[in-house]
Design a protein around this ligand. Sequence first.
Ligand SMILES: *Cc1c(COP(=O)(O)O)cnc(C)c1O
Length: 405
Amino acid sequence: MDIFDHMETALSDLQSAGNYRVFAELERHCSAFPRATFHEETGDTREVTVWCSNDYLGMGQNPIVTSRMTEIIQKCGAGAGGTRNISGTNHYHVLLERELADLHGKEAALIFSSGYVSNWAALGTILSRIPGIIVYSDALNHASMIEGIRHSRCQKRLFRHNDPAHLRALMAADDPAAPKMVAFESVYSMDGDIAPIKEICDVAEDFGAITYLDEVHAVGMYGPRGGGVAEREGLMDRLTVIEGTLGKAFGVMGGYITGPAVLIDFVRSFASGFIFTTALPPALAAGATASIRHLKESRSERAAHQANVAKVRAALDRRGIPHMNNPSHIVPVMVGNASKCKWISDILLTDFGIYVQPINYPTVPVGTERLRITPTPLHDEADIRHLAESLCALWSQCALARAVA
Ligand SMILES: *Cc1c(COP(=O)(O)O)cnc(C)c1O
């Protein structure tokens, strides 16, 4: 078999299934988010409004964050200069870890290059090094958790998505003496549904399991201080580990875990994906700290965000555009066909100046292809109307089914 022929075939299979990924080349405009310049392959450019960013609150351009980053670049330079172990631990990393531990009411925190790496490294390390541990993983957990679990080669049980009764049945069937972990998310990124955190913690407690919660889509966004859904529901102390990202609502980059000091020290001491990599730039750590601190105090971003999410849903409802009804800020507009989804996204971009990336298999199951719309507090009334009207026009053109009111 020729290696390159094999690659060509695999790629053309993706193309014919409509699942080939094309990245939209954007230039984000600081202080004008959600506007960006879209660079076409031809070299032409056009101005677009971004409707699928995970910079949920626009913190990526907030002057509190950007000025702090500029200040620390001037003060400390561009990079960290080493791994955390060898000269790379900067004062601003330590301050960030304290801020994160405080945010989630935990003893300690540890930062990683990204949320992906934090899940992969923390789960991979804990699950591979605790003898006989069994992990119970929600069926819709993110790829980074799945990879961490797979890498650990520990015993694994999949419980049905958001189903504490199934979790209980699985746990009851296992050796009561085996150490156990339950790993799940609060807000699920593609359907925007929210886990029954309390019920899952109740089951975990009955079987003496530790709990690991990915709050990536909730940190900064929910709870009085932006501590996530567990904070909003008064449940942070029920979770052993709360994991999050600095790259979504906090607007910067990086990932982290928070939890008991001994567990954090254990991951710090044994996780290859933490130890053998250059530390985050100090300016980035300082910018993230400024973002977290701001969102701990200020609720106006969260309130404006929720209000805009409600406006988008109402505008779609008025025009019969089907979207998944969920209790979060994620608005999945269902198309149900990979090629149509891609086509709608292309036309929105070229004819309507709207950028929403199509979400196709394997990110979501075949037949549930969608446009994942993420309103921000910075979209205005005209943006919302234009989005809804454009989708309405395309729904007619494509003869797609409408939602019945
Ligand atoms: C985006 C995401 C991650 C990874 O976070 P990054 O900081 O982007 O690497 C982890 N978990 C979930 C559920 C995510 O959606």
